[in-house]
Design a protein around this ligand. Structure first.
Ligand SMILES: Cc1cc2nc3c(=O)[nH]c(=O)nc-3n(C[C@H](O)[C@H](O)[C@H](O)COP(=O)(O)OP(=O)(O)OC[C@H]3O[C@@H](n4cnc5c(N)ncnc54)[C@H](O)[C@@H]3O)c2cc1C
Length: 578
């Protein structure tokens, strides 16, 4: 067994261990590239690979593609009501991918979201706009004049940092610490690209990476209401309360602007729900020639002479390809599908120690009418229905919800990032009705181990009560509800531990550490096996970057290998000619 997670040299092309599965049975089909998992990242990888002419096959275990980007009709007696069952808003998909894959032609259509909105149980409300400084001033000054004045400086500070951090999203992390000339060159390249950073910007970036969102906001603002609203992005999907170090970065991850190939859009709703994003990518992949099979669950990745050689499906079918791209959670992709014996010990340990908690519960609702907020009355569609309809009134409220879960209880008063996509999107339900999606936190992280069905329903009741306190028609307006907890996320969607990003966005799991040191360049310890899940750099979120980068790595290696073979053949021919 190898003891270090060092990358095997390409010329040796070997990893330790035995071939997993058998390759002696009849191989049904041979492809150039097989993609394991038809979530949006797997589909992006397929589209890019197929674009080069590679015979590409996507294998998706569920009956439909999309993974966590899925639109479903969860109520059999109300099939006209569709929800984005897990992820619910877009922002992070880079313009390059949209353009390369011609996603707009395939149905990618975003409605920009309205403001953040929080109605307070003690009365009043606040709206925060992504791009309207004047209205922000008016809104915030109702709570604190000082905060209203600080807001434009905060926005500018954040925008400056986002412009530094944004391009890193499309950077392949260098293999820090490696002395291989190629790795050193990558590290130097990154340092050179950032040569214009000054002391102040580096200090600000360090603060952002290491501070809690609570401490950071305390440095800028005084009003609990403003701080509560701004804290939301720091804890989304995170197994950490707002006072935990690192949550300031989570906020930045959700606020990054320019990724180096253009500005990301503001948050927005995809017409037809998030499943329509995955469908648009699937169409692009098919148009480029990829084949997509659903109901095709992969059991193992096959190795031959230490290299990726194919896959074996649950039904026993074997398929081969020189390039395998897996987009599954790292525990499934590596520990289950490749096997510990076929991987370096250090790498196995890194994946075993991968943190993958979340404590998130998604609640999807069909509503007979829009929430009628006491602070902003009316069930007619108004601006505050069009953005995030939050339940995060103050920092201590959010912290309390996390503390409950960390102490082993579901939150008494959960935190929620709510949205009503049907404020724009008329395709999700019949006219006059609405869909509301509540992304809520937290339940104990070990709830991924058992269904906790009744407790989840009680948790959902409490969540609904919290909204009912500020919008008294809310409870009675609910026609149907769908509650998806961590167990279902793990067992039905492959999100181990219920983590929404295939792994926490904690500092020790970012950039060159994602998913493991030495393997952040979308390659893996197994030659020919590439990694495209949200557990790689720039994931998570529906951003497609891992899929694109894994495909690029595979394409670059294939080119390099062809060039090497051609040069060897030339040398051999010359040698024969004397
Ligand atoms: C509740 C929730 C809310 C979220 N909200 C947002 C949001 O609003 N905006 C945002 O940008 N992101 C959001 N996210 C995160 C985002 O959805 C994910 O990071 C992203 O969709 C993951 O994409 P992926 O392709 O990497 O993996 P996945 O979507 O997990 O895809 C992996 C695919 O592999 C399949 N699979 C698993 N095992 C096998 C097997 N053995 N054989 C074959 N196939 C297999 C799965 O069925 C799945 O389709 C949210 C996630 C959750 C869970």
């Amino acid at each position: 067994m190898a003891t270090k997670a060092t990358r095997p040299s390409k010329t040796q092309g070997k990893t330790r261990g035995t071939t997993r599965g058998t390759t002696s049975g009849a191989t049904v089909t041979d492809y150039d590239a097989i993609i394991v998992g038809g979530g949006h990242n797997g589909l992006v990888a397929a589209a890019y690979l197929a674009r080069t002419g590679a015979r590409t096959l996507v294998l998706e275990g569920r009956s439909k593609t999309g993974g966590a980007a899925t639109t479903e009709a969860p109520w059999p007696d109300a099939p006209d009501f569709k929800v984005t069952r897990l992820s619910y808003v877009m922002s992070l998909l880079p313009p390059t991918i949209i353009k390369d894959l011609q996603l707009q032609k395939h149905g990618y259509k975003i409605f920009p979201m309205g403001p953040y909105y929080q109605a307070f149980p003690e009365g009043g409300s606040i709206k925060l706009y992504a791009d309207d400084a004047k209205r922000n001033y008016d809104e915030v000054s109702r709570w604190s004049k000082k905060d209203a004045e600080a807001m434009p400086r905060w926005d500018a500070w954040l925008a400056g940092l986002a412009d530094v951090l944004g391009p890193l999203l499309l950077t392949v992390p260098p293999n820090l610490g490696s002395r291989r000339p190629r790795d050193l060159a990558q590290t130097l390249k990154l340092a050179w690209r950032n040569r214009n950073l000054d002391v102040r910007t580096v200090a600000d970036a360090t603060r952002l990476m290491t501070m809690s969102i609570a401490d950071l906001l305390d440095d800028w603002f005084e009003s609990p209401q403003v701080k509560g609203a701004l804290a939301v992005n720091g804890v989304i999907g995170t197994w950490a309360g707002p006072y935990e170090p690192g949550t300031a970065y989570v906020m930045a991850h959700h606020s990054i602007g320019d990724v180096g190939d253009g500005h990301l859009g503001n948050w927005g709703f995809q017409e037809g729900g998030m499943g329509a994003v995955a469908d648009a990518i699937a169409k692009a992949a098919r148009e480029n020639g990829a084949e997509i099979r659903t109901g095709a669950k992969v059991r193992n990745i096959l190795l031959k002479d230490g290299k990726a050689h194919g896959v074996i499906l649950d039904n026993g079918q074997q398929l081969t390809a020189k390039v395998i791209v897996t987009s599954l959670h790292p525990r499934t992709a590596f520990l289950d599908h490749v096997g510990r014996d076929n991987l370096p010990d250090d790498f196995v340990r890194d994946i075993e120690h991968w943190k993958t908690r979340s404590g998130v519960v998604k609640i999807n609702l069909a509503l007979a009418e829009l929430p009628d907020f006491t602070a902003d009355p009316g069930t007619n569609l108004q601006e505050h229905h069009t953005g995030s309809v939050e339940m995060a009134p103050t920092m201590p409220y959010i912290e309390r919800a996390f503390t409950d879960a960390r102490e082993g209880r579901p939150a008494t008063k959960p935190f929620s990032d709510g949205v009503i996509p049907t404020a724009f999107d008329k395709t999700l339900c019949p006219d006059g009705y609405h869909i509301m999606s509540l992304f809520t936190q937290w339940v104990p992280s070990d709830w991924s181990e058992a269904p906790h069905t009744e407790e989840l329903q009680a948790y959902a009741d409490r969540m609904i009560d919290c909204y009912n306190e500020v919008a008294p028609n809310f409870k009675s307006s609910i026609l149907h509800r769908d509650v998806v907890g961590p167990y279902e996320m793990e067992h039905d969607y492959g999100l181990i531990g219920g983590n929404i990003f295939h792994g926490e966005l904690s500092l020790e799991q970012l950039f060159h550490m994602r998913p493991a040191p030495g393997f952040a360049d979308y390659r893996t310890p197994v030659p020919g096996l590439y990694y495209a899940s949200s557990a790689t750099h720039a994931g998570g979120g529906v951003c497609g970057i891992p899929g694109m980068q894994a495909a690029r790595a595979a394409i670059a290696d294939r080119k390099e290998s062809r060039a090497r073979k051609a040069s060897e053949a030339l040398k051999a021919a010359r040698a024969r000619r004397g």
